[in-house]
Write a protein that binds this ligand. Structure first.
Ligand SMILES: Cc1cn([C@H]2C[C@H](O)[C@@H](COP(=O)(O)OP(=O)(O)O[C@H]3O[C@@H](C)C(=O)[C@@H](O)[C@H]3O)O2)c(=O)[nH]c1=O
Length: 183
């Protein structure tokens, strides 16, 4: 597994080693020891929930985060292609308010490690996309918050091909300026 650091501290791209042969391919989609070594964090990261969503083309989910029960997320795509984005909500971070995005696909098999302290979202670029992720805390809807995907202050450059399809919740999301952020 190759670890690619991003311009935002703690936010990583994981590139698994894929073994292809005449049958198809094999790769380790999660290896706890390699993952913990890559993070080099004081406390081991513990995952408590695995999620799977399927979305149609142009669906945009996000930008989501949980105050008080923040979730680290290890995300990947097993069918299709998405543009995956994390926004740094850690006020003490030199990259507070900055975003980073990467194309994750079934083809490239890249994973993004989004630590606690970020808002997260993605746009589906293929006809459909199956999106899988592990989280470090449980879903807590009472602590869930949304920031508008098109907040001008954040300025995410989404590779849009038309208007995005949003949930009712996401279409009512507020601006970054009103967001409850982390310390
Ligand atoms: C996220 C989640 C949703 N649900 C339920 C609530 C709701 O009825 C239904 C759909 O929920 P949502 O519309 O919030 O799903 P979705 O918009 O896919 O939410 C997800 O978006 C991406 C970008 C993230 O980063 C995730 O952490 C999560 O917030 O599923 C759970 O039961 N557990 C969960 O962990």
């Amino acid at each position: 597994m190759n670890i690619v650091r991003t311009p935002i501290a703690g936010l990583l791209i994981l590139e698994p080693r894929v073994f292809g042969d005449e049958r198809g391919f094999f790769f380790e989609s999660y290896n706890e020891r390699r993952f913990q070594d890559a993070l080099d964090a004081p406390e081991p990261v513990r995952f408590v929930q695995d999620n799977h969503s399927r979305s149609a083309k142009n669906v945009l989910r996000g930008l989501h985060y949980q105050v008080r029960r923040p979730q680290g997320k290890l995300v990947r795509v097993v069918d299709g292609e998405v543009f995956d984005v994390a926004v740094d909500l850690r006020r003490s971070s030199p990259t507070f308010g900055k975003w980073f995005g990467a194309v994750l696909s079934a083809e490239n098999k890249l994973q993004m490690w989004v630590p606690a302290g970020f808002a997260h979202g993605f746009l589906v670029m293929s006809e459909t996309a199956d999106f899988l992720y592990k989280t470090t805390d449980y879903y807590a809807p009472e602590h869930e918050r949304c920031i508008a995907w098109n907040d001008p202050e954040i300025g995410i450059e989404w590779p849009l091909a038309g208007a995005p399809v949003l949930s009712a919740k996401d279409s009512q999301a507020g601006p970054f300026a009103d967001a409850e952020v982390y310390a």
